[in-house]
Design a protein around this ligand. Structure first.
Ligand code: G3P
Length: 214
């Protein structure tokens, strides 16, 4: 399973890269706003740090605008994946950008049927927002299970990128279901390393080592 970091904060990405666990990066307008720097500068800086896909999101409401933005983003760096929303306009843009050889990440996906449509439109990545589904009282992981069955049944090239990850359990569940990728916020990635018994074990070993005859 690949792990992406869901962040536009350079220091977070740098730290996660140093752990050797970052296969790619996802950003969105909210994350770019929170990071507080210019969009293009941020994406280019991330591309320098990470060798995998870096998602940059379009903001146009129509396919024409998304295609224009996507063509521009794709010129910035070979690893830039263009994010478009899962609307009819977004899927039209996905289809056109894919024909141009530009990799597309279809985002704001909330149902298995949207996954099917995005896969047929040629998406390289499809991003279901599990946490937001759970926030809305739905079974987010059931959707991931259905989405994976659809991708596998028809051998779609699209990779399922589980997004809107709220906690470590969601990463485990996504991995058990065979999701190709999870994009994880820094806080959750950090928490994946931690276990109180690991810390307790280290403490005991150090105490015993200090008592041991050397
Ligand atoms: O990258 C998009 C996605 O992960 C958003 O997550 O926490 O805003 O629902 P969230």
């Amino acid at each position: 399973m690949k792990l992406f970091i869901d962040s536009a904060v350079i220091n977070e990405i740098k730290t996660a890269v140093s752990w050797g666990m970052v296969d790619g990066v996802t950003t969105n307008p909210t994350l770019i706003m929170r990071a507080g720097k210019d969009f293009k500068t941020t994406i280019l800086e991330i591309c320098k740090m990470v060798s995998g896909p870096v998602s940059a999101e379009t903001i146009s409401p129509d396919a024409e605008g998304m295609i224009r933005e996507g063509r521009e983003f794709a010129k910035w760096h070979k690893n830039v994946y263009v994010k478009v929303p899962c609307t009819s306009e977004g899927l039209k843009a996905c289809h056109e950008l894919t024909k141009l050889g530009i990799k597309v990440n279809v985002t704001l996906v909330f149902s298995a049927n949207q996954v099917l449509l995005a896969a047929k439109a040629g998406a390289a990545l499809i991003s279901p927002f599990v946490g937001r589904l759970v926030d809305a009282g739905e079974d987010g992981m059931k959707m991931i299970q259905e989405a994976m069955a659809i991708i596998n049944n028809y051998h779609f090239a699209a990779r399922l990128l589980v997004a809107s990850v709220r906690d470590t359990r969601m990463v485990t569940d996504a991995a058990i279901l065979g999701a190709h990728i999870a994009t994880v916020p820094f806080k959750v990635l950090e928490a994946m390393y931690r276990h109180p018994l690991t810390d307790k074990g280290i403490q005991t070993f150090l105490e015993d080592w200090a008592k041991a005859k050397k």
